[in-house]
Design a protein around this ligand. Structure first.
Ligand code: C5P
Length: 307
């Protein structure tokens, strides 16, 4: 039976600006999305039956139709019934490393890898734009996860324009272990609180785009921005404590990723990242045991087939 192993990278948001409401109920966004090396590992295999088989190393990840990777397979089944009949159904085994509901697109990247894997085992030969069109049906972040690297994302986040990569900075991620934030809740609350003065046309991403083009790490660090912090931080003050601890430890820049609650800190090197993690643990004292940390790098890749 044919089988592929893929790395599904997570993302952070270097920039997230909410421009306004969209007729489809979503928000009009301008984002700079950045892939990181932290990723899940998926094995996608053909099997003789027609059902979708899904397993995951993490017991808290939803199984069945609640899982976005499962929905990705359902979409491929609907779109390519002849291939399903010819090659058989698919089995998806997820080795989970990216935390859930953390603002890192963990579910979206598994869905992206599932599309890429099924394209391969069914010999469909889809182009990246074709895969991204399918991906947009699954979620706003899924098209980005296919390509990875660095991108300007507009629309509801699904319209992707690749950017040159910024310097390959190291990253410390910190997430309060028990805390999960619903993306839908974050956007809904933002609309309730700030929808009256949505700017619609204004956007301020130009400066960070220049800093990325100029490979200016210090400027990138200063220009990180996330409008969703305005609603998520007041509800979860521990996010602000994390950011302050990172700032005091002397990072290049720190910000909440997506709808949170993960806070990322950009660092010049892996060595500095380890040092920063140590300092932040000390600053947080007793509460540090409740925080999970990861050290990783910015990545210029997206879904990668490794076997
Ligand atoms: O697209 P995705 O399913 O990942 O989005 C999750 C939720 O986040 C949506 O149901 C919507 O409530 C909110 N959202 C939004 N505007 C966007 C993207 C997401 O309001 N551009």
């Amino acid at each position: 039976m044919r089988s592929y192993t893929l790395i599904a990278r997570a993302k952070i948001n270097l920039y997230l600006e909410i421009l306004g409401d969209r007729p489809d109920g979503y928000h009009e966004l301008v984002m700079v999305l950045q892939a990181i090396e932290l990723g899940d590992r998926l094995k996608i295999s053909a099997h003789s039956g027609e059902e979708i088989l899904l397993s995951c190393t993490s017991p808290i990840v939803p199984g069945g139709a609640d899982n976005l990777a499962y929905q990705a397979a359902q979409l491929m089944y609907r779109e390519f019934p002849d291939a399903l009949a010819q090659y058989g159904g698919v089995e998806i085994a997820i080795e989970k490393h990216v935390p859930m509901a953390a603002g890192l697109a963990g579910g979206s990247t598994d869905a992206a890898a599932t599309l890429v894997g099924i394209d391969l085992i069914w010999d469909l030969g889809l182009t990246q734009p074709e895969l991204q069109t399918l991906a947009a049906e699954l979620g706003s972040d899924v098209p980005f996860c296919i390509a990875g690297g660095t991108a300007l994302a507009t629309g509801r986040g699904e319209q992707i324009n690749a950017l040159n990569s910024p310097p390959k900075l190291a990253v410390v991620l910190a997430k309060p272990r028990q805390l999960q934030v619903s993306t839908a809740w974050a956007y809904r609350t933002h609309r309730e609180q700030f929808g009256h003065d949505y700017p619609i046309t204004q956007q301020h991403s130009g400066e960070i785009l220049s800093a990325i083009a100029l490979q200016d790490s210090a400027k990138i660090g200063q220009l990180l921005h996330n409008d969703l912090e305005r609603v998520v931080i007041p509800a979860h003050p521990q996010i602000d404590r994390l950011k302050t601890a990172f700032q005091e430890a002397g990072v290049v820049g720190t910000m909440m990723s997506g709808s949170g609650p993960t806070v990322f800190a950009l660092c010049e090197s892996l060595e500095q990242a380890r040092d920063i993690r140590q300092k932040v643990r000390q600053t947080l004292g007793d509460s540090q045991g409740d925080i999970d940390f990861w050290i990783t790098h910015l990545s210029s890749a997206g879904i990668e087939v490794i076997q």
